[in-house]
Structure formats: C-alpha cells, structure tokens
Design a protein around this ligand. Structure first.
Ligand SMILES: O=C(CO)COP(=O)(O)O
Length: 236
C-alpha cells in the first residue's frame, strides 16, 4: 500500500507558517516522493494552504461539524472544508475527545458528511496510559473502531485509521515496536470484520512522537501504512 505521511498542525500556525507548506510542496513534487503527503491545518489557514500546495501535497481539515450548515457558531462543516480546498479531514483526535467531550458516536456522525463532501476521514483512536496499564488497550481500541467507524464507510474506501496512544503524543516516548504491531494487527482484524475484504485496503497510520529519526523504522512495521505527525510536521 502506498504510505500516507500526514501532518496535524493542531492549533499552531499563522500566515507566516505557510512557508512550510510551500517548501514541503516543492520538495515532494521535485522528489516524486513514494508516499502521499498531507498536512491538516487550522480552518483559518485552509484555503491559503490549499492554494499554495496546488495539489502537490494534500491539505486537510482538523475536524468538522456533523451537520452541513446551521446555527452552530464557531463550527465548520465538511462541505466548507471541501470548498476551501481540503481533500481530507481528521475526526476524533484525542484533543477533540478530551477537550470537546467527543464520543465514538459523534466521531462516526462526522465521517458520513465528510464522505458525502468527497473527503477522506482519518479517524483517530488510542488508549490512555491507565487503560494500557489495566490491560485493556486492545479492547479499548476495538471498541473505538466499532463505535466510530461506520460500516458502509469502511467498505467505501474513504477512511483511514490513526492509532495514537495518548502517552506517546507530544511526549517523545514512542511505544515498543511490538506494541504498535499488536494494536495495528487488532485494528486490521476489526476492519476486516466490519468491511470484509475492503478492510485490507484501509490505511492504518501510527501517530505519537514521530520524528525524522524514527519515521523509517515505524513505517517498516507490519500493518503500518503511514504516520500522523504532530510537532514535527510544523517544519518542512
Ligand atoms: O497528536 C499527534 C498527531 O495527531 C501526534 O503529535 P506529536 O507528533 O507531536 O506527538
């Protein structure tokens, strides 16, 4: 499977930061990179980022509202992301689950309008350290897949999954390879159960403290079809 190298800028970046999009687009284009490259940016930068990227790399949104329009002050719909130039969006990032109380059902409800808008949705899952310490990591990830991945979307090829264990995000602590392999294998099994053969073609990304010095090793692990990068994606 062609890997996806995705960045997530979170709530970082003013207009000056778009220089990095320019530099990344040029590098990817010139090097004919053997991977798809995508940067998810704050909504305020989306339109300018997409115009600078000019299709050389993908530009994504970081979230959307489940409704197409309405009295939802401060929110942004999947159609709006698409209209601004996005190809992809994130849903269910642990920041959203933690600070906005997003549940699996809410995440699933965002993925469907994204598909209708023509966006691929990267659905983020991952266990907390307490869940891992309690021996529940695989069960938690399985439940998150069951709750946040609509079956028809899994079949339609318009989603990717990002496994981001919370203890790895922004900490510099990447789990042992065995942990990543074990959880990705579990996710693959869940996807095959849900979507049949189509589940084999869904990309499963790893996220959490990915940097230039560990990305090659991580991409070499079984069932790792790409990475979702936070801090390191701010620099071309
Ligand atoms: O949350 C992440 C990407 O969505 C990972 O962030 P870091 O790469 O900064 O650990």
């Amino acid at each position: 499977m062609r890997p996806l190298i995705a960045g997530n800028w979170k709530m970082h970046g003013m207009a000056a930061q778009l220089r990095e999009i320019e530099a990344m687009s040029k590098t990817v284009h010139a090097a004919r990179t053997a991977a798809d490259v995508l940067i998810c940016v704050p909504a305020a930068l989306l339109s300018r980022a997409a115009s600078i990227a000019a299709g050389r790399i993908g530009i994504g949104g970081e979230d959307c509202h489940a409704q197409a329009s309405g009295a939802y002050t401060g929110d942004c719909s999947a159609d709006m992301l698409k209209d601004a130039g996005a190809t992809t969006m994130n849903a269910g990032h642990s920041d959203r689950r933690k600070y906005h109380g997003e549940t699996d059902a809410m995440v699933a409800a965002k993925a469907e309008p994204a598909r209708r808008a023509g966006l691929t949705t990267i659905i983020c899952i991952g266990e907390t350290q307490a869940q891992r310490d309690g021996g529940n990591a695989l069960a938690v990830c399985g439940q998150q897949i069951a709750g946040s991945v609509p079956t028809d979307l899994a079949r339609s090829g318009t989603i990717a999954i990002a496994y981001e264990p919370l203890s790895a995000i922004g900490s510099g602590h990447v789990p042992a390879p065995g942990q990543i392999i074990e959880v990705h294998r579990k996710i693959r099994e869940c996807l095959l159960e849900r979507a049949g053969a189509a589940g084999a073609d869904i990309r499963i990304l790893y996220g959490g403290s990915v940097w230039s010095d560990n990305v090659h090793d991580i991409l070499g692990l079984a069932d790792v079809d790409g990475v979702l990068i936070g801090g390191a994606s701010l620099l071309a």
